[in-house]
Every structure is written in structure tokens, then in C-alpha cells.
Design a binder for this molecule. Structure first.
Ligand code: UDP
Length: 330
């Protein structure tokens, strides 16, 4: 039997999950990839199917998870993660953050595996502290449209800490800030694929509200490096991983217009309810604990991302919705 480390990645066919699969294959792990393909896409990982150290299971992790053999690590990345996605499938979002993490932690306990969970800057809600350090408890509306995601992720953190303190499971919690890069879904509603998709289709760019709200965008390779380091650290509490380079959405739209050379203009639409006004990670902890900080500038990262979107087929570019969740509605 091979002495490769064995890692289970849930949400493996999604944007971040698929980049994690690539990274752990590169590090010569045995990767057990799991996804129910509601929002994930096999296309993101099919280049790994021929490898003997890669397996894929089409499974909903909100249901009991069975994995034969030993397991060293579990990365729980299954979840709808864009505001449009979790508005469309709110119950699944709540289930994967609650029942799903319970199953992962139970599995970790039996296998004596270390678990790293994908949490989010959404645990800070519409923050009143800026930038956001891990010690900030947040300003979340539990019954607003984002509540299904924010509260699922907050519950997920609480459950993870309970398994750590009560059962002694080794846990890691990454709070992920806005991340972008190749393999994002063009139609997931997030601002970067929305703007680039609009530019490529020759449509106007839709800025929500007056565009004065801020976000801080991290290139996916930087995020994956941060997660890799956190997994191998000995720190059980939440760590922010993100790029502190903050920008207003209006300025971001202008950057995309320059990048793509589109002749379209910006149009303004209503700001969605509870849309956070500002967001910027305080990464002091990641710097000191992990020696990590982002390396890829926004201009570099946007170029790489645009290259990816440019080579999509016309069908992919015009695809409005690819959801496959009818059978999962409970
Ligand atoms: N946004 C926008 N136009 C779009 C999509 C999003 O102006 O077509 C705004 C959205 O209102 C928010 C920001 O861009 O203020 C980031 O939105 P995203 O959905 O990417 O993620 P969030 O950080 O809000 O979870």
C-alpha cells in the first residue's frame, strides 16, 4: 500500500475545491474528491481522472459520508458560495454548513484525521470594524437574504470548535475573503465573473448601488498557498486569508473596462439587501503564524483570469444557468 497522505476534499468540483485538488495532487497526496455537482462542475477536475492517486465520488455530504481506508486530512469546501447561489438554494446552503460539517467532523473523529473548514468573511456580516480582525464577532442579519450562508458558516465554526474542545479533533478554520481566478463560474453572480462576462458579451457592466461599497480581492493561487500553510500549522482558531488591497466596486468596474477594452459603459442597479458596505481582511495573524501574505497583484491576477474567461466557448459564455439541483430540493 502506498504511504501517500490521503485527503478528502468536499466541494471538489467547485472553484476553490478544484484548485485544492490540483495543489494536493502536485504535492503527491492521494486525493478523494467529493461533490454533488449542484454548483460544481466535473470539467474543473476531469483532467485528474486518469491519475491513480485521484478518486471522485458524486455524493451530497449533507448525507452520511463513507470513505474506505485511512484518512489523514479533510477539507470541507462544499457549499454554494455566491449570493445568487445561496438565494437560489437556501436550504441546501444551510444543510451543507450544518449537517455536512457534522458528517465531516464525525468522519474525522473516527479516522483521526485533521479537518480544515472553509469559513468566510461573511461571518463578519456588514462589518462595523474595519479592517476585520479575527477577534471581531460580526454584524450579521440572521433573517436577511445572506443569513442562510452567514449563519450556516457561523454554525460550522461553532461545531468545529466543539469537536475540537470536546472530542479533541484537530481542526483548522480559514476565513476566506473575496477570491477570484480561473475556473470561477461565469454565471455565479459574483462581481468579477459578472463584469468580465458582460464585457465579453458586449453588455453594459452592472454596478449595484452607487458602487462606493468596497471589497478586497485575492488571487486564487495566493489563497490556496495560505490554506496549505494553515492546514500544516498547529493553530486551531480562525485565520483570515485574503488580500488587503481594497477597492470600490465602481473603480473595479473601471479596471475591468480597461482590462477588456470593452466600449460598453457602467449602468447602476439597486443595491441588494444587506450588501456589506466595506470589507478588508486584517491579515496580521496569517503573516505572523503562517509567514503568509499575498504575492499576486490585482492587475496580474486579473490578466490571468481574463485569459481563462476569453477561451470559453460561446455556449459557456452565454450559459445563463446550469443548475442541477431539482433532485436535491427537500
Ligand atoms: N456587484 C455589482 N454588480 C454585479 C455583481 C455584484 O456591483 O453584477 C457588487 C455587489 O453588490 C457587492 C460586490 O459587487 O457589493 C461584491 O459582490 P459579490 O457577489 O462578488 O460578493 P460579496 O462580496 O457581496 O459576497
Amino acid at each position: 500500500m502506498s504511504n501517500r497522505k490521503r485527503i478528502l476534499i468536499t466541494g471538489a468540483a467547485g472553484f476553490l475545491g478544484s484548485h485544492l485538488c490540483d495543489r494536493f495532487i502536485k504535492e503527491d497526496y492521494h486525493v478523494i474528491a467529493m461533490d454533488n455537482l449542484i454548483t460544481g462542475r466535473l470539467k474543473n477536475i476531469e483532467h485528474l481522472f486518469h491519475l491513480e492517486n485521484f478518486e471522485f465520488y458524486n455524493h451530497d455530504v449533507s448525507k452520511f459520508i463513507h470513505v474506505p481506508g485511512k484518512l489523514d486530512y479533510i477539507l470541507h469546501f462544499a457549499s454554494p458560495a455566491s449570493p445568487i447561489d445561496y438565494l437560489k438554494i437556501p436550504i441546501q446552503t444551510l444543510k451543507v454548513g450544518s449537517l455536512g460539517i457534522h458528517n465531516c467532523l464525525g468522519l474525522a473523529r473516527v479516522k483521526k484525521a485533521r479537518v480544515l473548514i472553509a469559513s468566510t468573511s461573511e461571518v463578519y456580516g456588514d462589518p462595523t470594524v474595519h479592517p476585520q480582525p479575527e477577534e471581531y464577532w460580526g454584524n450579521v442579519n440572521p433573517v436577511g437574504p445572506r443569513g442562510v450562508y452567514d449563519e450556516a458558516k457561523r454554525f460550522q465554526e461553532a461545531m468545529t470548535m466543539a469537536y475540537h474542545t470536546f472530542h479533541g479533533v484537530e481542526t483548522r478554520i480559514v476565513r476566506i475573503f473575496n477570491t477570484y481566478g480561473p475556473k470561477m463560474r461565469l454565471n455565479d453572480g459574483r462581481v468579477l465573473p459578472a463584469f468580465i462576462g458582460q464585457a465579453l458579451r458586449g453588455e453594459d457592466l452592472t454596478v449595484f448601488g452607487d458602487g462606493s461599497q468596497t471589497r478586497s480581492f485575492c488571487y486564487v493561487d495566493d489563497l490556496i498557498e495560505g490554506i496549505y500553510r494553515l492546514l500544516h500549522s498547529d493553530y486551531a482558531y480562525p485565520v483570515n486569508i485574503g488580500n488587503p488591497d481594497e477597492i470600490t466596486i465602481c473603480d473595479f468596474a473601471e479596471e475591468i473596462i480597461r482590462l477588456t477594452g470593452t466600449t460598453q459603459k457602467v449602468i447602476y442597479k439597486d443595491l441588494p439587501k444587506d450588501d456589506p458596505k466595506q470589507r478588508q481582511p486584517d491579515i496580521t495573524k496569517a503573516k505572523s503564524l503562517l509567514g503568509w501574505e499575498p504575492k499576486v497583484s490585482r492587475s496580474e491576477g486579473l490578466k490571468l483570469t481574463y485569459e481563462y474567461f476569453k477561451q470559453l466557448s460561446p455556449e459557456e459564455l452565454n450559459e445563463v444557468d446550469h443548475y442541477n439541483f431539482d433532485k436535491y430540493i427537500h
